[in-house]
Design a protein around this ligand. Sequence first.
Ligand SMILES: [Zn+2]
Length: 469
Amino acid sequence: MKTKHLGFLFVLFASLFFVEQARALEFFVYHPSPYKGKDCWITNYWYPAGTDDKQLLAGGWGDTYDILMGFDTEGLPKRPSRVTLALLNTGTTFHDWWYKKRIGRAIQPVVQMNLFKINKPWLESFWWTEVTSSYGTGLPGSLNCTKITELPDMIHVSTPMPAPLGGYYPLADSFGPGRDVLPAPYPGGWYFIDVTKLYPEILESGILFRPVYNEPAKVNQFHSSDVDVIDNRPALIVEYDECSYPVIPPNFKLPLPGGFRWCVTMEIGGGDALDPQLVDEYHTNTSAPGNYFSIDFSWRRALPDGTRVEVESDRIPVLAAADGWVIVANNNDAHANGCYVVIDHDGDKNVNTGYTTRYLHLTKEVVPVLPLIDSSIGLGTPVYVHQGDVIGYMGNTGPYSKGKHLHFGVRYSNQGYSHTPELQIVRFDGKHMKQYQTEGSSGVRHINSFFGSNNVCRPLSYVFPVIGQ
Ligand SMILES: [Zn+2]
């Protein structure tokens, strides 16, 4: 009888274990660029306007510094398992030099914070009187901030100090009289807040961090989205269960040769890196079937050490992002897409199902074994290609191309909308497509958004072409 019970328990636990194992938890880290990042800080006293610089300050020097932060979540997964906001404390203590000089010791830059929801649309530049109704520290002003009292269960405070100062804290037990106080961050450490309950609507409208007191020199100083080092910018860590989606995307890589970092000039969502105010309708949901998930790559590239290669070339190979059937290889440069290739990644050679990748404006020299489109005949015979196979060369073909570049896009069921769930979990070289959004630099072409490729270039002629039936 006991054995029977144990057997039952064993089956129970084994099945639980199996269910746990079957879950495929994936994640990506999304650092908004200065162009998409919406974060600033403000003080009520000495310069009461929003300050959009490389830092975010919450604390006080007798006055009160608040941090405002919002996230554009268009195109990100709508059903994540968990979303964590990560902020990096600069580790350089605020006014450290001044304080040491006057008081003879370094500042303890630790102050607990309250979290508020911003209920009105806002910009990175505004006046304190929008936060509060006066120059005092009361709330709300016209932004109508309301306190978030149901804080997440866990906060992670990373610190250069040894445990137990760093680690996971059960919020209700350790901090504050209630569940409405965030613990103080440590200098130089990452500060993680579980924001799953705030995702996506509250993160979209914006959150405000306010210190619980404003003693002199009690200031939390974080890096903002305006810092140059992408990995130091505020981030959302988005975890999701791949098994809750009907399909799992291929392990895509960037469609350009590895060993280089490739410059993005126009990115997912349609902001133009040449001018953040410009929106390219060919990179949006505007016209069916949608092209939100598309990136324009420049021929400009950089070596891993940062040395830029400023040589325009007709021989920049365009590589298959993943294995699949080439179902379109058009070499008619009068087509709106110019000479272009479409690869179908789900094996059925049907553009209307599964994932497809699209490579536009190629040179007229299409790789010979690819199935050319002939308008009088229709599609050629699909050819199977492997990840990294050269499928063409970066060009400037088609009536709408304004310079040599690769327009690279992803679709699912031949749709490229930002609200397509299957596209919201697509990653390239481990990065979510939204990570390729770049900062604009009005009128300046030489921007700093270079992305490394891990794809390995293989001339297609070396690959035995599989002839479809
Ligand atoms: Zn484009």
